[in-house]
Design a protein around this ligand. Structure first.
Ligand code: PLP
Length: 390
């Protein structure tokens, strides 16, 4: 049976060139980068080399790059480090209703420690409303955290405008750029970000490695303690092979970004066109133009997302109903609900996310499989039979 992977927003396979690059550091070069001797120096050099690659890719200085264990840790560090360091100034945090749970739940946890939180609403495209943000800012606001691109519907937020507003008011601005890395250009100055987070496994590096960018002279403090690594900003022995892999992977995706994003956008549009032609009662979610090139989110009426995923899985198609982190629960996506999509419709969501291994044949296979699957599932829905067929 043909197998097709349409879940690149959940994770990506390691790029073969990335795997090749790190083999020596898994099999032989095992030194601790903090060691004075030659084994330590040999790996320390490669960490600094990776740091330089990362800094070049996002328009930062190498000293502003901190390696972490992934997106979630970077986000926790960004948010907690910012609010703890600015507690003397105020206690108010602003975020949006469509953030990843790593952001939302970190912010919510901080309300238990005396911080107050505003969760901004979004419009029907999942876009943060700038006026609402401007209104939410108070004398007490110390941090704004708004994602660069949404992981469920692909909407790209007006991050530069948000960052500019934050800077004018002297408020730190963090952006979760986990989904945008490698798909759209990222430059920390253009985005006006003080803190920016990415995760290696979303762009063809292994799992368990991430980056936190911290603008120099930002009022930020570490949230863990230990051996002084990463310029005392993230203590603990470095994930040497992960760091080298991330540097290589970021360099690859950024160098191929222009061509690859065009190629993926064409494949995505082919999916959208094919689905709209073949299947009735379907909606395409997210912003019509300000969106990621590799992601499409549908809601199908009269069908459960869970049963749809199960049927696709049986046909060798790996997809998702939204964020992988909430796929275990049958609750409809918090992102779709925040966009005002009715609960019943939000339950029928399907997210397809493309990557470097996808091609036209994959899309044709999907377009062959999906209509009969949908027909079968809807035929079993009493609701569909009553409202549509009669
Ligand atoms: C995957 C993801 C994260 C979490 O990253 P991990 O490295 O898996 O912890 C955070 N934010 C967004 C938008 C994501 O897609």
């Amino acid at each position: 049976m043909k197998k097709v992977y349409f879940d690149h927003s959940a994770t990506t396979p390691v790029h073969p060139l990335v795997a090749e690059e790190i083999i020596p550091y898994i099999t032989g070069k095992f030194g601790n980068p903090s060691s004075i001797h030659f084994l330590g120096r040999e790996v320390k050099k490669e960490i600094e080399n990776a740091r330089e690659k990362v800094s070049r890719c996002i328009g930062a200085y190498p000293e502003e790059i901190v390696f972490t264990s992934g997106g979630t840790e970077s986000i926790n560090m960004a948010i907690k480090g910012a609010v703890y360091a600015n507690r003397w100034k105020g206690n108010h945090i602003i975020t949006s209703a469509v953030e990843h749970h790593a952001v939302l739940d970190t912010c919510k946890a901080l309300t238990e420690e005396g911080f107050t939180l505003t969760v901004l609403p979004v419009d029907r495209y999942g876009m943060v409303i700038l006026d609402a943000l401007a209104e939410a800012i108070t004398e007490q606001t110390i941090l704004i955290s708004i994602m660069h691109a949404n992981n469920e519907v692909g909407t790209i937020q007006p991050v530069s405008d948000i960052g500019r507003l934050a800077r004018e008011k002297g408020i730190l601005f963090h952006t979760d750029a986990v989904q945008s890395m490698g798909k759209i250009p990222i430059n920390v100055d253009d985005l006006q970000a003080d803190l920016l987070t990415v995760s290696g496994h979303k762009f063809y590096a292994p799992k368990g490695i991430g980056v936190l960018y911290i603008r120099q002279d930002s009022n930020w403090q570490p949230v863990n303690h230990g051996g002084g690594q990463e310029r005392r900003r993230r203590h603990g022995t470095e994930n040497v092979s992960g760091i080298i892999a991330l540097g290589k992977a970021m360099e690859l995706v950024v160098s191929e970004l222009k061509d690859e994003s065009q190629r993926l956008a064409r494949l995505r549009d082919k999916i959208i066109k094919g689905v709209l032609e073949r299947i009735p009662y379907v909606h395409v979610n997210g912003h019509p133009t300000k969106r990621l090139p590799n992601l499409v989110n549908f809601t199908f009426e009269y069908v459960e997302g869970e049963s749809l995923l199960f049927s696709l899985d049986m046909a060798g198609i790996a997809a998702s109903s939204g964020s992988a982190c909430t796929a275990d629960s049958v609750d409809p996506s918090h992102v779709l609900l925040a966009m005002g999509i009715p609960t019943e419709i939000a339950r029928g969501s399907l997210r397809l996310t493309l990557g470097r291994d996808n091609n036209d044949e994959d899309i044709e296979y999907l377009l062959d499989v999906l209509p009969p699957v949908m027909g079968r599932l809807r035929a079993m829905s009493p609701f569909f039979n009553e409202t549509v067929i009669r």
